[in-house]
Write a new protein. Structure first.
Ligand code: SF4
Ligand code: SF4
Length: 335
């Protein structure tokens, strides 16, 4: 085991049954839409899950696209994961939770299949396609069934749906009154463009610059989370834009084992560096070698900064020419 082999009990397998989604949010990290019809055959989901369990992974996250569109295949894959002792999480936009009864039936079926955690995605973009009331129906049904619930809210500067508006919504207050014990966590996550040249506006303090750079940590997703996409490709993380960074591809589940893919990822210097320092600090370092590289006050989401690392020819040139100076620090980090 090297410094960059995550302990197996932290390992997460992300399975994307499809890129298809009922929504088409601007800046969707997987560029999903109702028109994308890429599907992962259920036998490949089982292959990945079996290999993950054998390698000591502890959790499978079904995400997408909208994973629930996979219907019976999703149930089968969840059941396979649960039978192997893995925690099973579903990430969904809750389009299916059109009322409390329907939501309760769906959640019951997912729990019977092995579901143990649920993440509900919402925000101004999501709400263009899925009403906020669906999130409350899904949350109520989930906590009634003693599932842990996380509601993830998109965050940009100007938005109408925030953590506060959700917490203050009468429906949310009713749910918390009815079910005071089960856990509902409402989190805000930066909602960022995929293009590294597009600068979004965020609430104060979220964009990186030299004043707050030291607060940024390494990426805890790369080399810990392994994703199998609907086209079978295996990726070394589950970050936004991974579909568009070819260097994050480490194989295809049709011909590569998860262990082989994880080995390929763990042996890659830039991924090790991203895990240790995070893409923002690597960008800042690159700018010390090439002052034409402008990075301050552009990025709030580390994955957007990461896309810049892989796409900007100036940044890539600095990494190629000067990356060796970081080698010892990255490969043999002080404990
Ligand atoms: S709901 Fe999620 S997967 Fe679907 S388009 Fe929106 S961000 Fe993408
Ligand atoms: S920062 Fe890069 S490596 Fe980490 S999750 Fe985002 S895209 Fe993946």
């Amino acid at each position: 085991m090297s410094t960059f082999d995550a302990p197996s009990d932290e390992r997460v397998l992300c399975v994307m049954p499809t890129f298809q989604c009922t929504a088409e949010c601007t800046h969707c990290g997987t560029a999903s839409s109702p028109r994308d019809t890429t599907w992962l055959p259920v036998e490949h989901m089982h292959t990945a899950i079996d290999q993950a369990a054998a390698a000591g992974y502890k959790r499978v996250v079904f995400t997408g696209g909208e994973a629930t569109l996979a219907g019976k295949n999703l149930h089968q894959a969840m059941r396979g994961a649960a039978l192997l002792g893995l925690q099973v999480r579903l990430v969904t936009n809750a389009y299916w939770a059109t009322n409390d009864d329907i939501a309760a039936r769906r959640i019951h079926d997912y729990i019977c299949a092995g579901l143990s955690e649920i993440n509900l995605s919402t925000g101004d973009q999501h709400a263009r396609f899925v009403p906020l009331k669906n999130i409350f129906h899904a949350a109520r049904a989930s906590v009634a069934a003693a599932l842990d619930v996380v509601i993830m809210v998109e965050t940009v500067k100007n938005r109408s749906i925030t953590r506060e508006t959700i917490e203050n919504d009468l429906e949310m207050k009713r749910i918390r009154q009815e079910f005071p014990y089960p856990e509902i966590t409402v989190l805000e996550g930066v909602w960022s463009p995929l293009s590294p040249s597009v600068v979004e506006q965020y609430p104060d303090g979220l964009v990186i610059n030299t004043q707050n750079l030291s607060m940024r940590k390494g990426c805890d997703n790369v080399l810990t989370t392994t994703t199998v996409q609907p086209d079978g490709s295996i990726r070394a993380c589950c970050g936004i834009g991974m579909r568009f960074i070819p260097e994050l591809k480490t194989g295809n589940i049709r011909e590569t084992t998860l262990s082989e893919a994880d080995r390929t990822a763990a042996d890659d210097f830039l991924k090790q560096w991203i895990r240790l320092e995070g893409p923002e600090r690597i960008l800042a370092w690159a700018a010390t070698h090439d002052p034409e590289i402008v990075w301050e006050n552009m990025y709030a989401h580390r994955c957007q900064a990461c896309i810049r690392l892989y796409k900007d020819s100036r940044v890539k040139k600095v990494i190629m020419e000067h990356g060796a100076e970081k080698y010892a620090e990255v490969v043999y980090p002080a404990s």
